[in-house]
Design a protein. Structure first.
Length: 616
């Protein structure tokens, strides 16, 4: 670990930066929320390039290396999640190498300032090699690869605010202790949480910003997560904090920092958008037919935010989007799982201390070996052959320690499947794996009298693939590590009573705009439960023909419903599932235990994807 660097940051953490942050927070009520002052192997087709103004003095330049939604992917992601337009990519050992290559390329080109910036979800929803140790491995590899700044994302709050603070400041886990035997020092980079404030003190729960100096020119990095975080994490861990409006928070900090003479700012935000321009493949550095929440956020931003490093949607893009002045800001995202890095270059005027221009290119974190014909090599089992020359040895030491520790559990075969069971939603919103997981939870809670099970689609993180994984099991066999990758949240499985009328309201709440729902989320349903929804019908009357084993649901009758506790507590916007005072029966273990029990001994076939009927 880079100990001198860690000590230097901790000194700043305990002295200068928090002191300035507290001073800025104290001035926020005085600030108006409106705008203030105005790879070597990947050739991008349309890199974003923003010009801000004519320079009035000498300039300096800097490199920002951005990525997002790492999700503890120490190993390259399996299946399509590890492919960028057919190129095998990702994995911490390779990500670190590409970061080093890009830094060296910038240095060779005369750019001597470089910082690595991550837009949230470093941890949470992680593979077993990280999750089994409460994501300490993810933080350790990010420390070792030289991350300088990170914003919080929604998944940073999966285990609550107190656990996030432990991730930042270090210390053994309060329940499981120091599992690897050598302690945990915490993140050597600041996690920024400008819009996450304590309900009691009204102060941010972590630093709201940090300041970097590029040849004397200060640049402020303000970090935050999406305001909608409470709807997509377990409410139990965030009951003492508020998530504030992104634009208002960003602009208040911009105003006060501007009073202090800082004229150039980078917003590091865990919210994003997506490009869509058939036919595939999409340009990783493109911005085709772009849309998403980040567009409205940027539209309201103070123009001092010349660069916005974004995330959350797991999509890649580099865009020029208009800010509140009508001029463009540079907006980037690097997909997910460390498969891409955004190489951002900025020029700063040393006299005005403003951005002069900025450009960005997404670089693929290639990890494969090519054949003579340009295709990617695969082994006899059909897995990509990884390029040993691209492995960063210092990351490998950390990764191997945790791989060895978790291997007996991760590689244990727990069941089998007959074919790929994917989490890809069909036109009706149902997926084959969604069916299987709902069935698994229904069977797991049979002793509690469960009649219906519902599963949130966002909690299904990967597909189950028939081909063998690097664990070496036979095709069709499923390991515990693969099952955990599908459901990595360690949610509890809970059964509670619900009336037919309440169940109808839950189903209506799948659709954007009904009783606070912000995005459409089609719940996955267990065998025997069926219904129809009409997409064009008015809110509150979209769902019809609700039945259990062919018998219409009685609005006045009570049914036993199984979900995970995330949903039961109102997660994903399903407030109608949170029934205060309703008696609950908690199943032993976690949701992944329900899935593994269902897959044992197997084989399990893909779900039929025919339980929900959609009418246009």
């Amino acid at each position: 670990m880079a100990q001198p660097r860690a000590r230097a940051w901790r000194i700043a953490q305990h002295l200068a930066v928090p002191t300035l942050a507290v001073a800025v927070v104290a001035l926020l009520p005085l600030a108006k929320s409106g705008p203030a002052e105005q790879s070597d192997r990947w050739t991008p087709l349309t890199p974003a390039n923003v010009s801000f103004s004519q320079k009035t003095g000498p300039t300096t330049s800097a490199q920002l290396l951005g990525f997002n939604d790492f999700h503890g992917n120490i190993d390259p992601p399996l299946g399509s999640g590890g492919l960028i337009n057919g190129t095998p990519a990702g994995g911490a050992e390779y990500l670190s190498t590409w970061l080093t290559k890009l830094r060296q390329a910038a240095e060779a080109g005369g750019v001597h300032n470089s910082d690595t910036v991550v837009a949230g979800d470093n941890i949470g929803a992680t593979p077993l090699v990280s999750a089994a140790f409460h994501d300490e491995p993810a933080i350790e590899v990010l420390n070792a690869m030289g991350v300088d700044v990170a914003s919080v994302g929604n998944h940073e709050f999966d285990e609550g605010v107190d656990e996030l603070k432990r991730i930042q400041f270090g210390g053994c886990h309060p329940v499981d202790g120091c599992q690897d035997g050598d302690g945990f020092a915490g993140a050597q980079f600041p996690y920024l949480a400008a819009n996450v404030t304590s309900k009691s003190t009204k102060l941010p729960v972590l630093l709201p910003f940090t300041i970097k100096f590029y040849d004397g020119v200060p640049v402020a990095y303000v970090g935050m997560t999406l305001e909608g975080t409470p709807g997509i994490v377990n409410p139990a861990g965030i009951k003492n904090v508020d998530f504030r409006d992104e634009v208002q928070t960003a602009n208040q900090y911009a105003t006060v920092l501007g009073w202090l003479g800082i004229k150039s700012m980078v917003l590091v935000i865990h919210e994003g958008g997506l490009q869509s321009s058939p036919p595939a493949p999409l340009d990783p550095s493109g911005c085709a037919n772009f849309a998403g929440p980040i567009t409205d956020i940027v539209k309201g931003l103070n123009p001092a935010y010349g660069v916005v490093v974004s995330g959350h949607t797991h999509r890649f893009y580099t865009c020029e989007l208009p800010n509140s002045s009508g001029a463009n800001s540079l907006v980037t995202s690097a997909g997910t799982a460390g498969t891409l890095v955004t190489d951002i270059r900025v020029t700063l005027d040393r006299k005005t201390r403003k951005f002069v221009d900025a450009s960005a290119t997404n670089v693929i974190v290639e990890n494969g070996v090519k054949n003579a014909d340009g295709t990617w090599q695969k082994d006899a089992a059909g897995n990509f052959v990884r390029n040993a020359a691209l492995v960063d040895p210092k990351i490998k030491v950390i990764a191997d320690k945790y791989r060895t520790a978790v291997a007996p559990l991760a590689n244990k075969v727990i069941g089998s499947i007959t074919a790929d069971i994917t989490n890809i939603a069909q036109a009706n919103g149902e997926s084959a794996l969604g069916d299987v997981i709902a069935d698994a939870q229904l069977k797991y809670t049979a002793s509690a009298g469960a009649q219906i099970a519902l599963m949130n689609p966002g909690g299904i993180r990967q597909s189950l693939i028939y081909a063998n994984s690097p664990g070496g099991e036979a095709p069709g066999q499923v390991t515990y590590g693969e099952a955990f990758t599908v459901q990595p949240f360690n949610n509890l499985v809970v059964t509670q009573p619900i009336t037919g009328a309440q169940l109808k309201k839950v189903l209506e709440q799948q659709f954007t705009g009904f009783e606070g729902q912000t995005t459409q989320k089609i719940l996955q349903v267990s065998a025997g439960f069926t219904y129809t929804y009409t997409a064009s019908a008015p809110l509150g009357s979209k769902v019809s023909d609700i039945a259990l084993n062919g018998t219409p649901i009685d609005p006045a009758a009570t049914y036993q419903l199984t979900t995970n506790d995330f949903l039961a507590n109102g997660g994903d916007g399903f407030s109608n599932l949170n029934q205060p005072g309703a008696p609950r029966v908690y199943a032993p273990g976690f949701d992944v235990d329900a899935l593994t029990a269902y897959l044992t001994p197997g084989p399990v076939a893909p779900g039929p994807v025919n339980r929900i009927t959609r009418i246009a």
